[in-house]
Design a protein around this ligand. Structure first.
Ligand SMILES: C[S@@+](CC[C@H](N)C(=O)[O-])C[C@H]1O[C@@H](n2cnc3c(N)ncnc32)[C@H](O)[C@@H]1O
Length: 198
């Protein structure tokens, strides 16, 4: 989907996603010492705002201006400040070595683009910095619920680890995520990777 399609998707609903931070983002970042955080494909800012509330200085990047407007509104509502950057991650290069935490939450791009995003995300980590990636696992199509239905844009913990080069892998696993839909409660299957720059 291009940025216009994402803008239209966000305009269709007051909140496209929940305003609650993703459970795995909370789980994997709660024990870290707050510093500078970069949320790539931040959407409406649920994770960026949660991190800001924990004391992180957050830069939220997305190519949907509509989503980033919501993120700023959410931050104001929660009494915190985040920096928003409207940019296409296929081209955006964050400052090298600048961030103590880099987050990718449900960004799904064809591998040719996604690998480059991962490489730049990794480069933007400060020494000792943490990269958290959470997204729909490949198995989610057959065995899970929701998410993109094109295998090409999905990943697995192993495929992420392969693409992360020389980062130290702290965690790489498939995780279940209960999802409340109108028709009932379903289980979505996510890929979670936590990695650290030595
Ligand atoms: C499924 S949403 C996830 C939003 C947020 N990370 C979250 O977990 O709530 C995917 C986001 O990726 C953004 N996105 C997709 N492709 C992008 C690209 N090439 N550059 C920047 N943002 C992109 C979309 O605008 C959308 O906000």
């Amino acid at each position: 989907m291009d940025r216009h399609a994402w803008d239209d998707r966000y305009r269709d609903r007051e909140w496209l996603w929940t305003t609650d931070a993703n459970r795995f983002v909370v789980q994997e970042t709660a024990g870290l010492t707050p510093g500078r955080a970069l949320d790539l494909a931040a959407g409406e800012g649920r994770n960026a705002v949660w991190l800001a509330k924990q004391g992180w200085e957050v830069t939220a990047v997305d190519f949907s201006g509509v989503a980033l407007g919501r993120a700023s509104d959410l931050a104001a509502r929660e009494g915190v400040t985040i920096t928003t950057v409207e940019a296409d991650l296929r081209e955006y290069t964050p400052v090298v070595g600048a961030f103590d935490l880099v987050l990718l939450s449900y960004l799904h791009l064809p591998p040719v683009f996604f690998r480059d995003v991962l490489a730049r995300a990794s480069d933007s980590l400060a020494p000792g910095g943490t990269l958290v990636i959470i997204g729909h696992d490949l198995s989610n199509i057959e065995q899970g619920y929701g998410g993109p239905q094109s295998p090409e844009v999905l990943y697995t913990p192993d495929s992420l680890v392969t693409d992360l080069g020389d980062l130290e892998i702290v965690k790489a696993e498939k995780v279940d995520r209960p999802y409340e839909a109108e028709e009932g409660t379903f289980t979505a299957i996510d890929a979670l990777v936590v990695a650290r720059k030595s």
